[in-house]
Design a protein around this ligand. Structure first.
Ligand SMILES: [Zn+2]
Length: 68
């Protein structure tokens, strides 16, 4: 009970699928689907919390203007 391949349609452009690129009609559509899949499933978290360097030592302030 094999489903005839001719019934398959390219999920990208709905053209009849080609045996060599099933279930797509061409390599181009296969690539499109692959890219769509990758970009849709690979979510890069937008991190903006870089660890602050502990270089924020207080600058030695010389208060020498208290000679008033
Ligand atoms: Zn196609």
């Amino acid at each position: 009970m094999a489903i005839p391949a001719a019934a398959k349609k390219c999920p990208i452009c709905s053209k009849p699928a080609v045996e060599a690129f099933k279930p797509f009609c061409s390599k181009r559509c296969a690539d499109v689907d692959l890219n769509r899949w990758l970009t849709g499933g690979y979510v890069i978290p937008a991190r903006d919390d870089e660890p602050m360097s502990e270089n924020d030592n207080s600058i030695p302030s010389y208060d020498q203007d208290d000679e008033f």
